[in-house]
Design a protein around this ligand. Structure first.
Ligand code: MN3
Length: 203
């Protein structure tokens, strides 16, 4: 089944002033669409992949034919990463509650220390990539990945991720990635993050 860009569940301008409407239009309608189109084109050249979910494909990149492995890694990664990104944002940012709040406190000390750690991972990611909170066998961890690489390909389950490609912030923040990373917490939909955490614990 061909992949599609999921519609936003909020208005393009809903994340203002932290993320501007123009960035949301370009990022969601153009960048994500390109990852989806390129994914579908690459999957059409790889018989057997079309019945897998994008997450299943990323979990076993070694099984992808070599001729399209690079395209799949980048574009299916881009599709999965962005699908999560839109879902874990919203106009009503706030503080985490429920099991994810407890797990963050237990793992990182408190919310502020966790946020600092994730911001730091995002600032230090050289070039394009993502800063993540992911669940592995050892519990929660912060990591960054280059390009569109997904934690799923490392056997981890992404719980929250921030896009530090310049296309995510350059129109508003220009070179100030650190400022964007700090501002982004204002638009995190913690209910969705908590749902993803609870689902990941059951896997
Ligand atoms: Mn992006």
């Amino acid at each position: 089944m061909a992949f599609e860009v999921p519609a936003l569940t909020y208005a393009y301008e809903a994340l203002e002033p932290y993320i501007d409407a123009q960035t949301m239009h370009l990022h969601h309608d153009k960048h994500h669409q390109a990852y989806v189109d390129n994914s579908n084109a690459a999957i059409a050249k790889a018989p057997g992949l079309e019945d897998k979910t994008p997450e299943e494909i990323l979990a076993n990149l070694a099984a992808v034919p070599e001729a399209v492995r690079g395209a799949i890694r980048n574009n299916v990664g881009g599709h999965v990463n962005h699908s999560m990104f839109w879902a874990i944002m919203g106009p009503n940012g706030g503080k985490p509650s429920g099991p994810i709040a407890d797990a963050i406190t237990k793992t990182f000390g408190d919310l502020a220390q966790f946020q600092e750690k994730l911001n730091d991972a995002g600032v230090k990611q050289f070039g394009s990539g993502w800063a993540w909170l992911a669940l592995g066998s050892g519990g929660l961890q912060v990591l960054s990945t280059p390009n569109q690489d997904s934690p799923i390909s490392q056997g981890l389950q992404p719980i929250l991720g921030n896009d530090v490609w310049e296309h995510a912030y350059y129109l508003k923040y220009q070179n100030r990635r650190a400022e964007y990373l700090k501002a982004w917490w204002n638009v995190v939909n913690w209910d969705e993050v908590n749902k993803r955490y609870e689902l990941a614990l059951k896997k």
